[in-house]
Design a protein around this ligand. Structure first.
Ligand SMILES: Nc1ncnc2c1ncn2[C@@H]1O[C@H](COP(=O)(O)OP(=O)(O)OP(=O)(O)O)[C@@H](O)[C@H]1O
Ligand SMILES: [Mg+2]
Length: 371
């Protein structure tokens, strides 16, 4: 996958920007607050239809403007596709190859993007919610219908919990909610199980690489149903509905839902010790890097092409060995790297790097490598 170009109109601090990208490394260099992340944020929008920094679309529209536009051409499976996102004060439209899409899952899986920011270095350290979000984003861009299951599940869970908070609880309605939670939940459980199995194999190898074979990283699926290899959607449905039914009294008492995919997490072990509890800061960070980078291989395996990789401000967080490892090991991946550190320019092979120098919402100068 390769992003060819990008056009921004009234996007954050950009008036009207058009850039052509290098098929290998794109380095966005500039002082703080100049607009580097804004560019990668817009690339992310082409992939997910929304920002990774805010849920409020109107914050992204340039101050004192009415509408924004982001458009980008990219190559996938040998042909070029165009994604466009337009946002007005109260409306939003997304087009793929000039055709309006109705639902976000029609966009997902077009442009595959892996983004790595300093927050991600805390992936292992942080709470289960962040890890679930990581899992959900990744599966959604590989299997877009997963996003639909998840949206439906969350909607029902919200309704059920709302009902549990009322004084007169309609038990028949609770039955319907539980059956639907089991219906969508069983698909999600199975897809998560399969995803985690695949990513754990890749992450283990990645981690071995990063630690010179000293540490063995193992990742597994932490869930309340004890889901195993043999389980199918229908056996999970039965297990899950059973749990929900048995915890009915408990749910009514506590006014919330005890079992479900909203309680899932990952077990993350290094050399048989739980990294979250016993790992050093460094081990937790390295495990996060392994986990995060394994998405790249997985997308290549599942989708058939490498995703594009965004490293937002994360480069200076890595030590020199890892910086080199990243750049050398991922030579087939198109990268967008933001940095405020001018000296980073020297790390990259000039022949496949384009440097965009950014100042106050403008690309003031482009240093072009052989492209
Ligand atoms: N809606 C908006 N309209 C106009 N300007 C905006 C808008 N939202 C943010 N900005 C401006 O964008 C700038 C921040 O851009 P960005 O986050 O891309 O910076 P950066 O170059 O990544 O900086 P850093 O190195 O600190 O991460 C700020 O100066 C901010 O005022
Ligand atoms: Mg930034």
């Amino acid at each position: 996958m390769r992003l060819k170009n990008l056009q921004l109109v009234n996007f954050r601090n950009y008036n009207d920007l058009h850039i052509e990208f290098n098929e290998k490394i794109n380095l966005l260099v500039g002082k703080n607050g100049q607009g580097k992340t804004n560019i990668v944020e817009s690339i992310y929008m082409l992939s997910f239809g929304k920002s990774f920094r805010t849920n409020k679309d109107k914050e992204i529209i340039k101050f004192n403007s009415e509408n924004l536009y982001v458009g980008g051409n990219f190559f996938k499976y040998g042909s070029m596709r165009l994604i466009e996102v337009a946002i007005g004060k109260n409306k939003k439209g997304i087009k793929v190859n000039k055709i309006h899409i109705q639902k976000i899952h029609e966009l997902l899986g077009n442009l595959n993007v892996v983004i790595f920011s300093p927050e991600d270095l805390k992936l292992v350290k942080e709470g289960p919610k962040e890890r679930r979000l990581f899992i959900d984003k990744e599966i959604s861009q590989i299997i877009p219908k997963y996003y639909n299951y998840l949206t439906s599940y969350n909607k029902i869970l919200f309704q059920k919990n709302k009902l549990l908070k009322t004084n007169y609880i309609d038990k028949n309605l609770l039955d319907v909610y539980d059956e639907n939670l089991a219906k969508y939940g069983s698909y999600i459980y199975i897809l998560r199980r399969d995803f985690i199995k695949k990513i754990s194999d890749i992450a283990m190898k990645m981690h071995e690489n990063l630690t010179n074979g000293i540490e063995k990283l193992s990742i597994s699926y932490k869930n309340q149903l004890g889901i195993c290899e043999e389980d199918t959607v229908s056996s999970v449905y039965d297990k899950f509905l059973d749990k929900l039914t048995n915890s009915r009294e408990h749910d009514i008492e506590t006014r919330t839902t005890r079992y479900g995919i909203h309680k899932d997490d990952l077990n993350i072990f290094i050399n048989d010790l739980d990294v979250r509890l016993y790992g050093s800061q460094g081990q937790q960070r390295t495990a996060s890097i392994s986990l995060k980078l394994s998405e790249i291989e997985l997308i290549k395996k599942e989708v058939g092409e490498f995703p594009i990789l965004i490293l937002d401000d994360v480069f200076s967080e890595l030590d020199e060995t890892r910086q080199k490892l990243l750049v050398n090991n991922l030579s087939k991946v198109q990268m967008f790297i933001t940095t405020a550190e001018v000296s980073h320019k020297n790390i990259f092979d000039k022949s496949n790097t384009t440097i965009f120098n950014i100042e106050q919402g403008q690309v003031i100068n482009i240093e072009n490598g052989g492209n």
